[in-house]
Design a protein around this ligand. Structure first.
Ligand code: MN3
Length: 198
């Protein structure tokens, strides 16, 4: 099976002024596309050629000879998940089941927000911050480079990309400003609720 780049769930200008069409154009059209192209080249003619993306990620997560396959497969998956983690007019306090669960497990939205921002701000170098469900509890994690909750039997609910390519055009080195905007104006809580209920 050959993978194709999924379309963005909104148009390139949809997240402006918070994330520019220039950022989305490069990030989706160049970076995400490159992971798809690399993955297709790496699995061609191998025993992973007919596997799903999730199967490839799980099969290669702990295989030191398949690091390249894992990195590209996980980055394809992580980016699709990230696009869906945002929407125009998003952010702020959640509603629905996730709001209740955040109150139960973090003691309120503000505590969640502080913990998520801290994890994302303190990820050294490239990586991701996540809201996940593990053993029935919400947790916040951070992963380096391509690493993903899928490789750790954790259910991903929300992510933010903290590779510099995600924010450098719009925020330069100011990762904390990008994170504030993500939390206050971009989070797609409907997607988070769908993931929680799936
Ligand atoms: Mn990225």
């Amino acid at each position: 099976m050959s993978f194709t780049l999924p379309n963005l769930p909104y148009d390139l200008k949809a997240l402006e002024p918070h994330i520019s069409s220039e950022t989305l154009s490069f990030h989706h059209g160049k970076h995400h596309q490159a992971y798809v192209t690399n993955l297709n080249n790496l699995i061609k003619g191998t025993n992973l050629e007919n596997s799903s993306l999730e199967e490839i990620i799980k099969a290669t997560a702990n295989d030191s000879e398949k690091v390249g396959v894992f990195n590209n497969a996980a980055q394809v998956w992580n980016h699709t998940f990230y696009w869906n983690s945002m929407r125009a007019g998003g952010g702020g306090k959640p509603s629905g089941a996730i709001a209740t669960k955040i109150d139960e497990d973090f003691g309120g939205y503000d505590a969640f927000k502080d913990a998520f921002k801290t994890a994302a701000a303190t990820q050294f170098g490239s990586g991701w911050a996540w809201l996940i469900l593990e053993d029935g509890k919400l947790k916040i994690t951070k992963t380096s480079n391509a690493d993903t909750p899928l490789a750790h039997n954790q259910k991903a609910l929300l992510t933010v990309d903290v590779w510099e390519h995600a924010y450098y055009i719009d925020y330069q080195n100011r990762r904390p400003d990008y994170l504030d905007i993500f939390l206050n104006s971009l989070v797609n809580w409907d997607f988070v609720n769908e993931n929680l209920n799936s």
